[in-house]
Structure formats: structure tokens, C-alpha cells
Design a protein around this ligand. Structure first.
Ligand code: ZN
Length: 183
């Protein structure tokens, strides 16, 4: 049985808000790292909400988790070459719980923070600035760094309610997102 059956998922209007947040996060992170639209296709990634997640992609605690799928491309001079596919698994239930507990926080700027944060992780993985299989201590330091970069990227952005979200994140560190590799 799918675990998502017991978790609340985003409604249609909330999904629209999240999709808009994803688009803005891609633009902001792309600008920050000076990446063209074409470079954005490398690394390959996708953003998925709870309805489209399978059981093992659902966690309790983090607002999102990144799963790296390792695959092999057929062809190439030396036979097959490896590629990575990153899936940002948005945990609707964790986000909705937090919004309920903190009524001053709005979904739009909150989703913008969560997705920007995950995209920064992915850019850093793909540039080997972060090792996916790092030690717990390294992961903790990287998590702090990524929060810092996310704050830096979002600070100048004029979006309604974003200052409340940035304040929320600087005062209280939510559960860390998990990083999992599926071979
Ligand atoms: Zn993180």
C-alpha cells in the first residue's frame, strides 16, 4: 500500500503555487551560477510532489529529499557512459504541517525556499563541490553552506512573505533533507 494514502497532498491551487515557485527557483539558481537554459539540462533532474512519489521516496520530517538515480547511456565510444538523474521529492505533508503550525508562513515563498535549496544541492553535486556519499559531518557542514547560499540568493528577491520565511530558517533549522542514491 502506498504511504501517500495516509498523507495529505497539495490541492490543485497549491500545486500551481508550487509549480510557479519551481520556475522562479530555477531562474534564480540559474542566474546565481550563471548557467544557460541548456546547461540546466545537465544535470538532469525533476521535481515531483507527493502524489507522484513511490513509497521509498516518501519520508517523514524533511520538506524534500533528493534521490540520485544512477543510469547508463547506451552507445558512446567506450560503450556505455554513466549519467545521474536527480529527483527532488517534495514532501507535501511536511510542508502542509509546517504551514499549519506557522500561520504567518505562506506556501509560495516557503516552496521557493525549499526548491531553491534543493537546486543548489544539485548544482553542487554536479560540479563535484559536494560528494553525495559524504560523511555525516561533511553533510552537516554542506547543509549549513547550502542554507547560506539559499539565503544569499533569496535575500534580494522581492516576493510577498519571503522575509518571514528567511527569518524562519535563520532562527530554526528544520530536519535535514536526506540524500539517497538508487543504483
Ligand atoms: Zn539540504
Amino acid at each position: 500500500m502506498k504511504k501517500m494514502g495516509v498523507h495529505p497532498t497539495f490541492k490543485k491551487d497549491e500545486l500551481t503555487i508550487v509549480n510557479n515557485a519551481v520556475a522562479l527557483a530555477e531562474e534564480l539558481v540559474g542566474n546565481h551560477y550563471k548557467m544557460s537554459a541548456n546547461q540546466w539540462l545537465q544535470p538532469k533532474y525533476d521535481v515531483t510532489t507527493l502524489t507522484d512519489l513511490t513509497d521509498y521516496e516518501i519520508v517523514d520530517g524533511p520538506f524534500a529529499q533528493i534521490i540520485r538515480y544512477e543510469g547508463k547511456l547506451k552507445g558512446g565510444v567506450l560503450g556505455s557512459s554513466a549519467y545521474d538523474f536527480y529527483k527532488i521529492c517534495i514532501q507535501d505533508h511536511a510542508i502542509l504541517d509546517t504551514l499549519k503550525a506557522h500561520p504567518k508562513i505562506a506556501l509560495s515563498p516557503f516552496a521557493l525556499y525549499v526548491v531553491t535549496h534543493e537546486l543548489v544541492h544539485i548544482v553542487r553535486f554536479s560540479r563535484f563541490l559536494q560528494n553525495f556519499n559524504a560523511s555525516d559531518m561533511e553533510k552537516l557542514l554542506e547543509e549549513r553552506r547550502v542554507h547560506g547560499i539559499t539565503h544569499h540568493i533569496l535575500d534580494p528577491v522581492k516576493a510577498h512573505g519571503l522575509d518571514t520565511v528567511l527569518e524562519f530558517y535563520s532562527r530554526w533549522r528544520p530536519p535535514f533533507d536526506e540524500l539517497i542514491t538508487i543504483p
